[in-house]
Design a protein around this ligand. Sequence first.
Ligand code: C2E
Ligand code: CA
Ligand code: CA
Ligand code: CA
Length: 278
Amino acid sequence: AKQAGGQNYHYFTDELTRDAVSRFQMENQLRQALLHKEFYLEYQPRISLVDGSVRGVEALIRWQKPDGTRVSPAEFIPQLEEMGLITSVGEWVLHTACLQARSWQQAGLPEFKVSVNLSAKQFVQKDLCQIVDKCLAHAGLDSSFLELEVTESLMIEDLQTSVRMLQNLKNMGISLAIDDFGAGYSSLGYLKHLPVDTLKIDKGFVDDLATDVADAAIVQAVISMAHRMGLEVTAEGVEEPDQLDLLVSLGCEEVQGFYLARPMLPEILEDWLLKPKA
Ligand code: C2E
Ligand code: CA
Ligand code: CA
Ligand code: CA
């Protein structure tokens, strides 16, 4: 038994070493990325099911390494969080998205909001409101054109502080959305304390909306609850027409997903916005 344990141990440390090495490599690459400006943003439209208009665009960070490979934000955002770099990258995202939104307005495009994802680490920054205010002022963007997306798991840790932060942002005139709603360890009870405008239903419930009765029931319940609480609902990850039809019939007001539009570079989005829709 001892022997076997020893072997397992070696196997385990090899794994750990490999993990540590690749993490170390990624950390170095991320530091380089920051220095050499390898990050950029794409924007995915959020479309109104009421009138088909573009209500907003969500800014999504992208990282292309010098060798051309791309890394998903789902992979490198958590790493940036651990490295303590998410606050500076997050501020860059906010800054860039506000400037972009303002430049679209100045180009005379129809007005829509820009949504920016906030990481938990940014949300607990004491000076978040000042940072947001600085980005808006620098871009000359009115706060009513900014929406911030936060996840629910982040709220539960310290409800009072979270509520205060959300209220301060709201008082500035910014819209607030709960991202990935239903995916985390949610407790419905706290939702009534959160001064948010929108619930974004997690893609996980939308995926099988047309085939799974339970998912359909959950989506229906979330929409009706949200409406009774005076909140709007955005469904994420809509990939098929059947999902869209169901969401319309359930009274969902806004959708986002590959079926309607993918995240796009600013130039591509501009062309897409001007192109007549079927
Ligand atoms: P998220 O905030 O839930 O963003 C939506 C994700 O779903 C995006 O992935 C988007 O490209 C993808 N998506 C949209 N429609 C569809 C669809 O129809 N089908 C499928 N399969 N996917 C769809 P992305 O861009 O890879 O981002 C992943 C996550 O990384 C985001 O999830 C968000 O949590 C995080 N993230 C992205 N950009 C930022 C950022 O600037 N700051 C922070 N803190 N997190 C970010
Ligand atoms: Ca989001
Ligand atoms: Ca989401
Ligand atoms: Ca997510």
